[in-house]
Ligand binder design. Sequence first.
Ligand code: NAD
Ligand code: TYD
Length: 348
Amino acid sequence: MKNILVTGGAGFIGSNFVHYMLKNHDYNIINLDALTYAGNLDNLSDVENDPKYTFVKADIRDKAAIEEVFEKYSIDTVVNFAAESHVDRSITEPEIFLTTNVLGTQNLLETAKRHWKVNPDDKYSSEFKSGVKFLQVSTDETYGALGKTGMFTETTPISPNSPYSASKASADLVVRAYHNTFGMPVNITRCSNNYGPYQFPEKLIPLMINNCRNNKSLPVYGDGMQIRDWLHVSDHCSAIDTVLHKGKDGEIYNIGGNNEKANIEIVKLIISTLGKSEDLIEYVKDRPGHDRRYAIDNTKITTELGWSPAYTFEQGIKETIEWYLNNEQWINKITSGEYTKYYEKMYK
Ligand code: NAD
Ligand code: TYD
């Protein structure tokens, strides 16, 4: 592994992953990102002059651009984060979720196949160059919703409910097909909800911190009793790193840290940490098709690959709240302009 193509590296998890890999390894990192509303090069300003780091502005759906990057940088590993990632946006604008998340992934796979197959013109050969790998960053949301009990394992049937999760599940199936049909070395990781620095404030935790610090109302969907299983983003990065190095070809690995919390618990924790009043809470109309509960069974990655999370939720959320309070400039820049229009349309 020498030349890693990280797609979507200017987003929340991707930028954390770029930092993580530059710090922990001696690989060349090529960050390819279309810089949609969610992509932000400010997340990477501290590494922009690192000789092991290159940024390319391109769309994963652009065949010529992806071909050029594989050629120019001799890509041997792909970690595909690039995606439309927000459930609420997938309800109002589903189409881009399918083109980016499904067709974009297929374009990356096809280009990788052409470059990595020993005999690219022989359709019956499944021999790939050694040391290549395609890692698809997926989500627990592909499994659908749980009732009060049970957890998602890697053998839980895929049963997505939102256009976002349906697009991610579809992409996973295409990745699986490239492994089964062509023999491409792939892994799929399915992680639970992430939190931490550089998350776009359309998602629950940074949105609530930002509104709270500005004394704005805190829009809780439905009864606020939906449950998510939270993982600090740096633990997600270390899990992906583990799968890249130790994952068995063709396998799916769930990633989670056993931290189930109801949304309202998180909102109240943010309020009390910031010393504000619970009067800020505003129960609003529920999200259509809202998944009630997610929970990851992480037995496979912990026992087979020896990964475990480093953060407790208590420590992680404390540091995360502090990070947003200490990085006012970062959040103020993002929440001016387009974000204001999004917020008004979404929450009016
Ligand atoms: P994000 O929205 O913060 O970042 C997505 C990045 O992809 C942005 O930088 C954006 O500019 C880029 N992008 C979007 N469309 C593109 C395109 N067509 N071509 C190139 N780049 C494009 O998302 P995130 O929260 O960092 O999530 C990253 C990945 O992890 C996604 O695939 C998501 O499904 C998955 N995931 C996220 C979570 C979570 O809790 N956030 C949990 C599990 C899995
Ligand atoms: P989100 O961060 O959008 O992640 P996901 O939907 O992918 O799990 O939302 C997390 C939970 O918080 C989800 O149950 C929806 C809820 N939520 C609110 O109650 N209010 C909000 O303003 C947002 C953005 C989310």
